[in-house]
Design a protein around this ligand. Structure first.
Ligand code: ADP
Ligand code: 5GP
Length: 202
């Protein structure tokens, strides 16, 4: 059934909570949904691919994009710029595809203020488990991990502003819950008026 326009999902949660891991599986499980590739001025981590995990750009290019109105939202996190490019998101939504923005809480607040979206906040079982995951990932040094833990303490109370909160304790269970939220949102009457009309009126 065509809904005529895709749904914009916004997913946030502290760095290291498992957003990337969960969303990779969600996009494999479900059809017609993908994660928007953000731009960032941060350096790629080992294994990160330009154009797949992020579009890695210079600070000058980032400034140009901001000034030309090419981003839905942008923030600076721990000295690096991150932003959501407008055009790629709009093109996919117009094709009836759902788009997920994996962004931090300030960016999510901005998106909620400018357009309709469904927001999900992923929480860790505890702060100690979050730190363990960041350490196990081995992509940041201890000062960077401390920076991410400090940002996490600021971000957690923002969970109250989201439509859904999902605990990522058992990974499979978290993935199932995010899949279920997406599926339920797709079935909302308000998003299927044209499909109902077609059945009734032919
Ligand atoms: P984020 O994208 O939120 O920064 P990642 O997806 O990179 O987080 O996950 C951080 C680390 O935690 C990775 O090493 C990942 O394999 C691990 N991880 C994710 N979910 C779980 C889970 N439910 N239980 C244990 N480890 C997890
Ligand atoms: P990381 O450096 O761990 O990849 O990302 C750091 C933080 O930036 C994460 O919380 C991630 O969700 C957020 N982030 C990634 N892309 C964007 C974006 O385009 N906009 C905003 N606001 N945050 C982003």
């Amino acid at each position: 059934m065509s809904r005529g326009r895709g749904i914009l999902f916004v997913i946030s949660g502290p760095s290291g909570v498992g957003k990337g891991t969960v969303l990779k599986k969600v996009c494999e499980d479900m059809k017609d949904i993908s994660v928007s590739v953000s731009v960032t001025t941060r350096k790629p981590r080992a294994g990160e691919i330009d154009g797949v995990h992020y579009n890695f750009i210079s600070k000058n290019r980032f400034k140009e994009l901001v000034e030309s109105g090419g981003m839905y939202e942008y923030v600076e996190v721990l000295g690096c710029g991150y932003g959501t490019p407008k055009q790629a998101v709009d093109e996919r939504l117009a094709k009836d595809e759902d788009v997920i923005l994996e962004i931090e809480t300030q960016g999510a607040e901005k998106i909620r203020s400018v357009r309709e979206c469904v927001s999900i906040f992923i929480v860790p079982p505890s702060l100690s488990e979050l730190k363990r995951r960041l350490e196990e990932r081995k992509t940041e040094n201890s000062a960077q991990i401390e920076g991410r833990m400090a940002k996490c303490r600021q971000e957690l109370p923002c969970a109250y502003d989201y439509d859904y909160v999902v605990l990522n304790d058992d990974l499979e269970s978290c993935i199932r819950k995010v899949d279920a939220i997406i599926e339920a949102e797709r079935q909302k009457v308000s998003r299927n008026i044209k499909n109902i009309d077609k059945i009734i009126f032919g």
